[in-house]
Design a protein around this ligand. Sequence first.
Ligand code: NSS
Length: 433
Amino acid sequence: MTAPWTYIKDLPSREGKEVVIRGWLYNMRSSGKIHFLQLRDGTGTVQGVMVKKEVSEENFAEAKGLWLEASVEVAGTVRKDDRAPSGVELTVSSVSVIQNPSEEYPIGKKDHGIDFLLDHRHLWLRSPRQQAILKIREAVIWSAREFLRNDGYMLVDSPIISGAAGEGASGLFELDYFDSKAYLAQTGQLYAEAAAAAFGKVYTLGPTFRAEKSKTRRHLTEFWMLEPEVAFFDHEANMDLQERLICHIVAYALEHCRRELEFLERDISKLEAVKAPFPHLQYDEAIEMLKKLGSDTPYGSDLGNDDETILTKEFDRPVFIENYPKKIKAFYMKEHPENPDLVLCDDLLAPEGYGEIIGGSQREDSYDRLLARIREEKLPEEAYDWYLDLRKYGTFVHSGFGMGIERVVAWIAGLQHIREAIPWPRTIYRVKP
Ligand code: NSS
């Protein structure tokens, strides 16, 4: 009888047992009498020790001819080994080759340029660094959803093909939609607002698209956004939710992704400092502070990328910037009750130079003022008739925000560039693979 197929992560509990593992050869060393096979199966890695005199001659020779990334089924006995990271290794009794590549694996040990690696993203995903990052991404999404669900939020999916711009007319991907035009969603927000009137506490989660020509380490043309929207939450309650959500995500990553964070050499003490309460700056205070830090961004302009970098290096935890001038923000934001030139909104900026991870606001709930804003911005009124209906039939104070998944992952994982925070990055010059 053949030994049972076992995942590498489960090997420590199978000491002394015979097992079969299925996976790939990611490295090999050989002394002539012993092959050291480095094996991985997606759940972990283990060293297989194949001793010439303990296996058949043909099988030993066959193993020697394996190229990196050969797919294999390896039978052996699990042995305790204190030097191994997982505490075990595998004494190999046989290697059965599923497929041996006929040429050398393109990603070697030498340093490859970023374009080469991105061209080979389909293979690059197999590297330990990319696996660590994508596990952190999965943990970010999972922990956010867990937090929201436990707090009574319902996931309501929003469409990707839409007839109206969610964030203003610039940066829209337009597509031919039979006899008319449609757009790829820039945000699920407007739909989340409608859902909030049905379910109270909701969120959307999905890919969003921006035809932005920004070639920065913070911008993708396709990125994932988590967007809570809450009935009867004002601006203050909205920021409180953001703070609690971010604290939960960071705490979850510290608890469940410690190995990945250590592998990435993330300074964990910096993440441990992320505790409520987060500091708050009003927009004008942020501009003043930036001036002192050497920025020449004038009052009335949005913060630039460099502004976000220098400002957030001053903080050890995320910082809220509140109440921006109306003229640089989206049409749906509620006017500030004490200053009609401002809107009730916030951006949450991650520390250590990372910058904006969340943009949120209280929404304009007056039909007349919202219509006036749509006209002011010269947006096509007929595309927003359904959105205006929300203010016609039982309008309500409500607020929400969008958290950029890749921005949060890049910050938590300590990445230089957002492109590694998504399996298949889409940027101005890249739609393949
Ligand atoms: O444009 S946002 O600031 N806000 C919205 O889209 C609102 N409609 C969200 C809402 O209130 N429901 O984008 C929100 C976040 C922003 O803070 C970033 O974290 C992320 O989305 N974001 C991006 N990530 C990657 N690449 C690009 N281009 C990008 N744009 C925004």
